[in-house]
Structure formats: C-alpha cells, structure tokens
Design a protein around this ligand. Structure first.
Ligand code: HEM
Length: 511
C-alpha cells in the first residue's frame, strides 16, 4: 500500500514537472499557428542558442521556417522576424503595442542593480517610465549639446595619438581591440560620469576597475535569463548568491557613489560663474533634475531624480562603451583587409585638410563623406549590437501573423545585414553602398545598426561623432596593415554585443 502511495506520488510529481517544464510553456505558438523548432524540456531551444549563438541559430531556423517563426528561450516565447514590412509595423507604426524591449524587473542584472540601489536605466525601462524619461533625455543628445562635449573627446584622441606613435615605431603587430576599449572607456567616463581618467596611459582607479568588473559580469546574463524564465524564485537565489559584499555588487555601488559624489560637488559649485561649468551628460541631466528629490514625479514631469540620473549614466556606460570600441576595432580590421578602401579614405582626408588647413577635428570628421560611408559599411558587416528586442503588449495580427501578448520579438540585425536577398555580395566590404546614389536602393529596415523607431539608440549621434573623430585623427598620420598574426577570417564572439573573439592584431604604420 505504502509503495502504491509513493509510486502514485512520484508519478504525480513527474506529471506536474512534465506539464510545467516540458508541455505548458511550449503551446504558445501552436495556438496561433506559428511554426517553431522542436523543443527540449526546460531549455526550449536555448541549447542551440548557447551552442551556436542566437544569430547563427536564427539563420539556421530561418531556412526551415521562413521569415517569421517562433522559438523558446527556456519558457520564454520569442518571435523572430525577418520580414521588413512587419519590422516596420512593430518598430514604428504599431510602436505603442511594442514599446518595451525587455523586462527590466527581472534577471541577474536587475538583482545587482537592486542590491546596489541603482534604478533601471533607459534600455530596460518599462513603458510608463520610458515615455517620461526618454523625452527628457533626448535633448542631451542634440547636435548642439554633443558639440559641447567635443573637448572631452579631443583630449582622449590626443592621448590615443601618443599611444599609436609609440606602437608605430615598434613595427610589430599590436592588439587594437583593447586599446580602442581604453579609448572609449575614457571618453564615456569623462562624458557620463564627469571623471577624467588616464586608462590609455595605463593608469586605473576604482571607477575604471568597477566599470570593467560590471562588463565581466554581463557574461552570465543568458544563463540567468533562462533560469528566470522557468523558475520564478531564481532571482531570490541570485540575491543570496550575490551578497552585498560580492565583487560585482560592489562595482555597481562604486559607480553609484562616484556619480553621487560628482553630483554633490557640482551642486556646491553651482554658484560659480557659468563659464566654468562642465558640459557632459551628467551636467545636462542634472539641469533636467527635480528640485524636490522625492522620487515621486508625475507621469508628465519634465525632471529627473538623482537615482534616475545615475541610472542613465550607468546605462550610457553599459550601452556605449563596448559597442563603440567594437565599431572602432572592426573598422580598423576592415580597412587593413581592404587597403584600396583605406587608401581612398586617407586621400579624402588629405584632400580635405589641404583645403581646410585650420579645420577642427570635429569639423573635419563631419566633412569627409567617405569616412561616414566607411563607418556605416563597417556597422553593416559587423554590427556591434547584433540583435534587439521588443515585447508584444496586446495580442495582435500583423500581415496575417498573430503575435500573442507577452511574446518577445527578436530583430536579428546581424542576419538582416548579411542577407543575400537585401545586399549584393554581403560578405564584401564596400563603403560605396552608403553613397547617396546606392543608399536609396536599400529598404530602410534591412539596415539598422542602431535599431529603429522611437526606441532606437539614443547614443547614435554620439557614437558616430566619437568614432569619426578618433579615426580622422589617426588616419591623418597612420595606416593599418595586415600582420602575419592577423586572424583571417575574423572570428567574432556574440554575447551582449558582437566583438572580436581573439582581439584584432594589426600593424600600425606611419604613412
Ligand atoms: C556603435 C555604437 C553603438 C551601437 C551600434 C548601438 C546600438 C544600439 C541598438 C541596436 C540599440 C537598440 C535600439 C532598438 O531597440 O531599436 C541601442 C539602444 C540604446 N543605446 Fe546604443 N549603440 C551604440 C552606442 C551607444 C552610446 C555611445 C550610447 C550612450 C552614450 C548608447 C545608448 C543607448 C541607450 C540608452 C539605448 C536604449 C534606448 C531606449 O531604450 O530608449 N548607445 N543601441
């Protein structure tokens, strides 16, 4: 009798587990007639994603299931969309139903932020808060405001020049991804945290260490999302595991306390003459700040709390540092591998300076058209953000496809950029694709390195300005050359961003 009870109990438990982890989550697409690859209990299709990366897995599934299909990341239902008209509906026309990108109030990063008391930044912000905060933040990225930050970027460009001068005399190949990483870290810490650091010259401090620590922590976000999708109490486990004393929690806390200190200092200096004022994101966001810092601002409020300012600056660091260093490193690689294109760019730069001897770096960087094409083509070949997401708020039907409420939509940027349907010989680096004549012939939705619609990358203008100034300064003097240890073809690592898997080894030569 006892045996029968135990057997019955075990059977019931197995049935419940099977229903919870192997059956119920995987009915979403069947109900609306969307095809999806076969699932593995608990994991859904995530094992393929861990093995291949989502970009490669989507390319593989697309060949079987077409331009719109579903897959499961753990228990999370994700719809992959490669149909350009549908993408336009989702990112632009029906934006109000697809405003959110990812659930900001779950996962490993959320737990860390919560522990360090750092609020959610723009990237993961929910619809209500995003609708209030984005319009306040957007003006800080206007062309006029960006220009005010030029001196901060120029400073790091000059230091980078010294580093390159040193490298070029040695004549051997150098790993450039790390160096560009130091450059973009310096720039973002100066512009977002108001802190002048000299990482390019090998000087670190608690802030640079904290920023680097947070980046190493993002490596486990995929696994944490899988657990959170299946097991609701996973966050509690993370909270226990990453105690207040853990390194990464401390790193978040360091960023917060540095930013808080700078805010306090600036407030004390606020009575000083306005020409002494620092102009950086922190300052611009502070000027949009509420006097009454209760944190209870209404939906129409045009002001930010201190917590929101710090969360935004942390987001700028997370979203802007690695993406821009990837762009610079990939561009250097592509120029070295395509010497004719590099030669043309150098000639265009020389020609510009012959006619404008006294030009500022900013003006030069924005006047040489070919540099713009080169960067756009580099972003097409190796998009630093290889995908982005939206969440479907209410069940809807677009172009005959029903998308259930709560589903994530993945926009596979990298796959779109490499599609033979949209690009002739997509594997070739051909900046001329972005000349005014050719540009018109592309559907706007097949190229979106900075995303699309009202929730696109807020830092696009800043990233392009920084990359242009950096390359313009370097290519006046130096050129990149393939070395015996340059990896061909280049292997990339696709995590939160796409980066060179083993660095970028190139020679840097004086022209
Ligand atoms: C080459 C460099 C960069 C690339 C390729 C890039 C790419 C992207 C992409 C694809 C998105 C998602 C857009 C969407 O879902 O439609 C995004 C969002 C975002 N990016 Fe960038 N980004 C870059 C640099 C920066 C910089 C320098 C900053 C800040 C200073 C920044 C801040 C942000 C923020 C805050 C968001 C979220 C916007 C929102 O949800 O309203 N990014 N970026």
């Amino acid at each position: 009798m006892l045996f029968a009870y135990i057997f019955g109990g075990v059977l019931l438990l197995v049935l419940i587990l099977w229903y919870k982890f192997a059956y119920a989550p995987y009915q979403v697409f069947k109900k609306v007639g969307l095809t999806s690859p076969p699932t593995v209990p608990f994991f859904g299709n995530s094992l393929d994603i861990f093995k291949l990366t989502d970009t490669v897995a989507i390319e593989k599934w697309m060949k079987i299931h077409g331009k719109v299909f579903g897959y499961y990341f753990g228990a999370r239902a994700v719809v992959a969309i490669l149909d350009l008209d549908m993408l336009k509906e989702i990112t632009i026309k029906q934006f109000d139903n697809f405003t959110e990108r990812r659930k900001g109030d779950s996962g490993f990063m959320y737990v860390l932020r919560k522990k360090a008391n750092v609020a959610t930044g723009l990237v993961h912000m929910d619809k209500k808060n995003w609708k209030r905060v984005r319009p306040i933040t957007s003006p800080t990225f206007s062309a006029k405001k960006m220009r005010m930050m030029v001196p901060l970027i120029e400073k790091s460009c000059h230091t980078l020049d010294e580093v390159f001068s040193d490298i070029s005399t040695k004549g051997n190949s150098t790993e450039l991804f790390r160096i560009f990483g130091h450059f973009t870290m310096e720039v973002i810490l100066a512009t977002a945290f108001g802190c002048q650091v000299n990482i390019l010259k090998g000087e670190g401090n608690s802030l640079t260490e904290a920023a680097a620590g947070i980046f190493s922590g993002t490596a486990i976000t995929g696994l944490s999302e899988l657990l959170c999708s299946q097991i609701p109490f996973s966050e509690k486990l993370f909270e226990l595991f990453f105690s207040n004393g853990s390194k990464i929690t401390q790193d978040f806390a360091t960023l917060k306390s540095v930013a808080m200190e700078v805010i306090e200092q600036r407030r004390q200096q606020s009575s000083e003459a306005s020409e002494n004022k620092n102009v950086d994101f922190l300052q611009l966001l502070m000027e949009a700040r509420a006097d009454d810092d209760t944190g209870e601002l209404g939906p129409g409020s045009k002001q930010l709390t201190d917590d929101e300012i710090i969360a935004l600056c942390t987001t700028f660091l997370l979203a802007g540092y690695e993406t821009t260093s990837n762009l610079l490193a990939f561009t250097a690689y592509l120029l070295a591998m395509n010497p004719d294109k590099q030669e043309k760019l150098i000639q265009e730069i020389d020609k510009y300076y012959q006619d404008h001897k006294e030009s500022s770096l900013y003006d030069a960087a924005h006047s040489v058209e070919y540099l713009d094409w080169v960067l756009h083509e580099s972003l097409r070949v190796y998009p630093p953000a290889p995908r982005t997401f939206r969440i479907c708020e209410n069940t809807c039907t677009i172009n005959g496809v029903t998308i259930p409420a709560g589903c994530y939509i993945v926009i596979p940027i990298q796959v779109l950029h490499q599609s033979v349907e949209h690009w002739e010989q997509p594997e070739l680096f051909r900046p001329e694709r972005f000349s005014p004549n050719e540009k018109e012939s592309h559907h706007p939705m097949c190229y979106m390195p900075f995303g699309a619609g009202p929730r696109n990358c807020i830092g696009m203008r800043f990233a392009l300005m920084e990359a242009k100034m950096c390359l313009m300064n370097l290519l006046r003097k130096y050129k990149f050359e393939r070395a015996p240890d340059t990896q061909v073809p280049l292997k990339t690592r696709i995590g939160v961003t796409q980066s060179p898997a083993d660095g970028i080894f190139l020679k840097v030569l004086l022209q």
